[in-house]
Ligand binder design. Structure first.
Ligand code: AHG
Ligand code: MN
Ligand code: MN
Length: 336
């Protein structure tokens, strides 16, 4: 029996738009452009080994990290898919030190887009899952074209956020504040098809994801919390691509943590285009994300590339981590 009830991303976006009578369609067009860029990146990721696109681009980015050719390719793919359509007033990217202004020849729109165009770069050459993370805010600056304040907004003001995971299949998962929905790319028709409607994260984690090699460098309260977790029956999985670790934990139930350490006192992960968009997604799926003291979504940004400690995933463990690390309480023994 052929399943004719196929819901494509385009159809889903249109049906979602109808829920908002005041919608202009501008936001929908941004999602179409993101989906197009995702297909273009997926094509390169899928043939990276034969397309001379593996390896390093021979320079470092603002983060002081080696830039890979696929970082550059993905960054350009998303910028060029989005900048011309008149829906965005400004962009920010992990790969660009400053905001990316919309070229004068293009109209601007009422949204700002922030992105990690390629997350998990260190895994590219090993053919391990990688991803793209995006965050969308409403324009708040007074001028006709966008400004940095359109990017420096707290996560609780995001109008949409999501990610693409380039794995055994390619999935786009996003939220606009009405739940979290996952679409799987069907390469035979080049469409993202609704495969995971209304994703909900399990209340309790099954999986712990952390880079244990950093344990000796973590603050004492983080080490003692990690010790308490070891006394329970979790399994450990750490891919080293935030999007992949996050996506697995979202579906199975898990706690991902990247705490501060002696070398990185603010942690490694970036607030605006890693932590905040995934925090919006996880909260919409019933989970939580914290820096160890407050919700990631309530952090007021001061810089484009600022880093934050990140504890994200199932609500039980993430709220327990925050209570423990902030000194409010020790973990409940019932969790044993
Ligand atoms: P990016 O490739 O965008 O720089 O992100 C890499 C991040 C994140 O994907 C992952 O969770 C983390 O780096 C892994 O860091 P460690 O290798 O220090 O564990
Ligand atoms: Mn990243
Ligand atoms: Mn990246």
């Amino acid at each position: 029996m052929v399943d004719t009830q196929i819901v494509s991303l385009d159809r889903f976006i249109i049906e979602q738009e109808r829920l908002y009578p005041e919608a202009t369609g501008r936001f929908s067009n941004i999602m179409y452009d993101i989906a197009l860029a995702a297909k273009i990146v997926q094509r390169e990721v899928g043939r990276a080994g034969i397309a001379e696109i593996l390896g390093r681009a021979g320079r470092t980015n603002i983060q002081g990290e080696d830039v890979t050719k696929l970082d550059v390719f993905a960054n350009n793919a998303f910028i060029h898919a989005i900048e011309h359509a008149g829906n965005i007033c400004i962009m920010a990217s992990e790969e660009n030190e400053d905001c990316i202004e919309i070229p004068e020849e293009y109209p601007v729109g009422n949204y700002a887009l922030l992105m990690d165009p390629l997350d998990g770069s260190s895994n590219i050459d090993a053919n391990v899952s990688i991803g793209t993370i995006f965050s969308i805010h409403k324009k708040i600056s007074a001028g006709e074209r966008g400004a940095i304040e359109d990017c420096l907004q707290p996560g609780n003001r995001q109008v949409a956020a999501g990610y693409i995971i380039y794995g055994s299949s390619t999935m786009l998962v996003y939220t606009t504040g009405s739940g979290v929905h996952g679409f799987t790319l069907d390469p035979s028709i080049g469409e993202f098809i609704l495969s995971h409607a209304n994703i909900r994260i399990p209340e309790r984690a099954k999986v712990l994801s952390m880079n244990e090699s950093n344990y000796p460098k973590w603050p004492k309260d983080v080490r003692s919390y990690a010790d308490s977790l070891r006394k329970r029956s979790y399994t450990s999985r750490y891919i080293g691509s935030l999007v992949a670790d996050f996506h697995r934990n979202l579906l199975y139930g898990g706690l991902f943590m990247y705490p501060p350490d002696s070398r990185k006192p603010e942690g490694k992960l970036r607030l605006l285009y890693e932590a905040a968009p995934l925090a919006f997604v996880v909260e919409q799926a019933g989970g939580y994300a914290t820096n160890g003291h407050i919700s990631i979504l309530d952090i007021e940004p001061t810089e484009l590339h600022q880093r934050v400690p990140l504890y994200i995933g199932s609500p039980f463990e993430t709220r327990e981590a925050e209570a423990w690390i902030s000194g409010r309480k020790q973990p409940s023994t019932s969790a044993e």
